[in-house]
Design a protein around this ligand. Structure first.
Ligand SMILES: C[S@@+](CC[C@H](N)C(=O)[O-])C[C@H]1O[C@@H](n2cnc3c(N)ncnc32)[C@H](O)[C@@H]1O
Length: 244
């Protein structure tokens, strides 16, 4: 079966349990912490459009809509998007969700002021292609924020044996499928976020920077400490002169 189909199947199967966890995260203090962290990078004016790539069940999309931005969320998995739509409705937020691939976006160049993404890039066969697309759809002067961990460095299935692990109650078969998907990805072998920083600079992002570990800034609740590895943030801008 082709890779994207396997990824869709994997995340479709995870959507209900994943949505339940994100609902707790959205209702608790971590939501405010994430919102504060992200908006500290963003322009204060509100008539700006934000794209959340790999939105999943809509966590960042909902936070950005609650901050007053005009938000679009895309994801490869229809079931994750179904959860995202329900969560947006519950939170009375109007967000445009659609199915799409992070590495080949269906948007015109220069569409969004902001591109955000969380815990997606470890999952992609071609992270460079994704970053190139994110730069393309950004308006000149726009900002990209990516949050991720070097998940290629651990084994989810064996980590889940530990009682305190966030995946402990998940079906082990599903976790081994994730491991098999991860094993074939070149990003799993990279030294992150340094690799990402060099990639962003090479393809034309400007003023790029990263923070090596932001967990203490965005995780307040004990039961939301799901990141067993450092959670890094990456930031890059599209040159204000650039018109792609
Ligand atoms: C770990 S979840 C993160 C969801 C959300 N960003 C969050 O932080 O809660 C990864 C998401 O990426 C999506 N995904 C994986 N590959 C993708 C691709 N090529 N294009 C778009 N979404 C993708 C999955 O369907 C899943 O919803």
């Amino acid at each position: 079966m082709e890779f994207d189909k396997r990824v869709q199947n994997y995340w479709n199967a995870r959507s209900k349990e994943f949505g339940d966890t994100r609902r707790v995260e959205l209702a608790g203090p971590d939501a405010q912490a994430w919102q504060n962290f992200i908006t500290s990078y963003l322009p204060k004016k509100k008539d700006i459009s934000v794209l959340d790539v790999g939105t999943g069940t809509g966590f960042l999309a909902i936070l950005m809509a609650q901050s007053g931005y005009c938000v679009t969320g895309i994801d490869l998995s229809k079931e994750m998007l179904r959860q995202a739509e329900q969560a947006a409705q519950m939170n009375e937020m109007s967000i445009h969700f659609e199915c799409g691939n992070a590495q080949q976006l269906d948007f015109a160049s220069n569409t969004f002021e902001v591109v955000v993404s969380r815990n997606l890039t470890w999952n992609l066969p071609n992270v460079t292609a994704a970053y190139i697309e994110w730069l393309r759809v950004l308006k000149p002067g726009g900002i990209m924020l990516n949050f991720d961990s070097n998940y290629g460095a651990i084994n989810f299935a064996t980590e889940a044996e530990k009682k305190e692990n966030v995946h402990h109650k998940l079906d082990k078969k599903i976790l081994w499928e994730c491991e098999n998907l991860k094993k074939g990805l070149s990003i799993s072998q990279e030294n992150r976020p340094q690799w990402d920083l060099q990639c962003l600079q090479r393809i034309g992002f400007v003023n790029c920077s990263y923070r090596a570990d932001i967990r203490s800034m965005v995780h307040c609740l004990q039961n939301m400490q799901y990141d067993t590895l450092p959670l890094f943030s990456l930031c890059g801008y599209k040159s204000a002169q650039r018109n792609m």
